[in-house]
Ligand binder design. Structure first.
Ligand SMILES: Nc1ncnc2c1ncn2[C@@H]1O[C@H](COP(=O)(O)OP(=O)(O)OP(=O)(O)O)[C@@H](O)[C@H]1O
Length: 593
């Protein structure tokens, strides 16, 4: 049975995409200490003009570095390089036609831990709506069938071959049924059977009125002849745009005839690679042809009723992102458990050995218990914040690739929530093992309070790790920056110096230190229960008489529950905001096609 995925009727042969005087440059490189650019910009696209009609199935060919990818990305409105000129769809700026154009990049980016079906279900839910809806379900299964992915639905994406990944990438893009599809080398890496399969699907799309534009590298004769039109590029210029026959006539008119049985695409590319004269002749020839189309009056009345992208509501986006992450993490559960056992159980045992029998009721024990409280607090904070530090390292290109599919804030929040199990398991394990060795008053109640407090304090610690990760991910210097930021926050914990002795100008830093709030709370929980600290008669230094004295010496506050609760909420929001801004900046930089 033939699947009818593209139910729109072909429409009249009208110009949809118009490109006028498009120039794109490489960015100027400036050093931060000099105003003068260290490297001046060079032209990538040089005054490209043209127009593309409804139903066109166009092949962009040209030598390497001709500017094909840059041209495609500009057509999709996703070029982030400095540019001039315009690209319009139905006489409207391409950037204002969200959802009309989809681009399939040369290099696919997926979450490799998911199976093919899980990936497609996630994308269907995000891009077109619930998979329970029969139409959406039919579209999903139709594409699986059309791209011969049925045999691989349970295969992890990371285990697919290069060609299969390419097919999956195309199927994912077609879920939203875009009006204009741009593919950067869709057949590269595919065997001839699959290359023809892909081209046949794309051609079918074009026959239903959509525009399909593909850059193709060394296409075979069979493949090349499937395209309805050819765009030939060299040195950043569009040398020719027209049908295959028109292309061959144009070459003949400048004295170049493609030999019989010779691959025409290869012939055209060679002709413009070797000779500047040929390039100039073709530029001259094409200028007259292109100006006709470009100067046609615009027809804003022809704005097509293309599928506007849907955006699931924010909570649904967070839910779906969490679902995807949980699927990916589920497969790493063994590694996660080993990590937990090594990190927490081993740490707890070391603490048991070092602090065995410590009690805050003796002068010696005061120092030991201060150290113990600091160590369990910092172990949890460091443990969770450093595990969050590399959360975006592998995901940032996926996040950029999926820009527009979900909101940046939903992504950040889902990433924060994905750490919640760790924030619960870590403190429970650490407290339940390590406190067995020390003398806690009201053991069960105090250990429970420690656990709850450490769980609460680990949330801002994760927000801190994620915030820093989002701010510094692309620079690759996060490992150097983090210890520098940690230091003042650590000092503010009160574990190493008396907070009341700090100069007033440095004092506000303590309000953004999660170490401070955690130490303030845990110290209050413990020391408030110590009514008497023994002071031996031969003691030469001043004795601290009770837990309140210890708190006073450290500079911790009395109304700790209120202040520390507000503090935890405040710093969580503070780091989330910085993290969100960091991700937004990454999103703006755009995906590297
Ligand atoms: N962001 C960028 N910064 C600097 N130079 C760039 C950038 N993007 C593209 N270029 C340069 O512009 C030229 C055209 O690149 P583009 O990728 O568009 O060519 P292409 O025709 O697609 O090449 P290929 O067929 O090899 O993929 C290349 O010389 C490339 O190095």
């Amino acid at each position: 049975m033939e699947l009818n995925l593209y139910d729109k009727e072909p429409v009249e042969n009208d110009v949809v995409i118009r490109i006028k005087g498009l120039k794109v440059w490489t960015p100027e490189e400036k050093s931060w200490w000099r105003r003068k650019p260290t490297k001046s910009r060079s032209v990538i696209l040089n005054n490209v003009s043209g127009s593309i009609r409804q139903g066109e199935f166009a092949a962009i060919i040209g030598p390497s570095g001709a500017g094909k990818t840059t041209f495609l990305v500009s057509l999709a409105g996703k070029c982030t390089l400095p540019s001039e000129g315009s690209v319009t769809l139905w006489a409207r700026n391409v950037k204002a036609c969200e959802g009309a154009v989809e681009i399939v990049p040369q290099h696919e980016t997926f979450m490799d831990g998911l199976s093919v079906m899980e990936h497609l279900v996630f994308m269907t839910e995000m891009k077109i709506g619930s998979c329970k809806d029969l139409r959406n379900k039919a579209r999903l299964y139709g594409l699986v069938e059309e791209f011969k992915l049925k045999a691989h639905v349970n295969t992890p994406v990371g285990g697919l071959s290069g060609g299969e990944r390419r097919l999956l990438s195309l199927a994912t893009t077609l879920l939203s049924d875009p009006q204009i599809l741009i593919c950067d080398e869709p057949t590269t890496g595919l065997d001839s059977y699959n290359a023809l399969l892909v081209v046949a699907v794309l051609k079918k799309l074009a026959t239903t009125g959509r525009i399909v534009i593909c850059s193709v590298h060394q296409p075979s004769c069979d493949l090349f002849k499937e395209f309805s039109s050819v765009l030939l590029m060299a040195e950043g210029r569009l040398l020719f745009h027209g049908t295959q026959d028109e292309c061959s006539n144009a070459f003949e008119s400048i004295g170049l005839r493609c030999p019989l049985n010779y691959n025409p695409a290869e012939f055209y590319i060679r002709a413009v690679s070797n000779s500047n004269t040929n390039v100039e002749k073709l530029v001259e020839l094409s200028q007259n042809r292109l100006s006709v189309d470009v100067d046609n009056p615009s027809r804003p009345d022809l704005v097509h009723n293309y599928n506007r992208p849907i955006q699931r509501n924010w909570f649904k986006q967070v839910y779906l992102l969490l679902w995807r992450l949980s699927l990916s993490l589920k497969r790493e559960i063994k590694n996660q458990l080993i990590q937990l056992v090594i990190s927490v159980v081993a740490t707890s045992l070391v603490l048991c050995v070092a602090y065995g029998g410590a009690s805050g009721t003796t002068q010696l024990g005061v120092q030991a218990m201060r150290g113990f409280l600091w160590l369990i607090t910092s172990e949890v904070s460091f443990g969770v914040s450093y595990s969050a530090l590399y959360a975006f390292e592998y995901e940032i290109s996926l996040f950029k690739r999926e820009a527009g599919v979900y909101k940046c804030s939903a992504y950040f929040v889902s990433r924060l929530l994905s750490f919640v199990p760790r924030c619960i398991i870590w403190p429970i394990t650490l407290v339940s093992i390590s406190t067995l060795a020390v003398d806690l008053p009201n053991y069960i109640l105090t250990a429970t309070e420690f656990t709850v407090l450490l769980i609460l304090s680990s949330i801002p610690a994760v927000a801190y790790g994620l915030g820093m990760a989002a701010l510094f991910t692309s620079t690759g210097i996060i490992g150097d920056v983090m210890p520098c930021v940690d230091l003042p926050l650590l000092l503010m914990s009160g574990a190493f110096l008396r907070l009341s002795s700090l100069p007033p100008w440095i004092y506000p830093v303590k309000y953004i230190s999660h170490f401070y709030y955690a130490m303030d709370s845990i110290s209050n929980i413990y020391w408030r229960q110590i009514d008497f600290i023994d002071c031996p008669s031969n003691e030469t230094s001043t004795c601290i008489k009770d837990g309140a004295g210890v708190l006073l010496e450290n500079g911790y506050v009395n109304d700790f529950i209120f202040q520390d609760s507000i503090g935890f909420v405040f710093i969580t929001m503070f780091w989330c905001l910085l993290g969100y801004l960091g991700l937004k900046r990454e999103e703006k930089k755009g995906y590297a096609y």
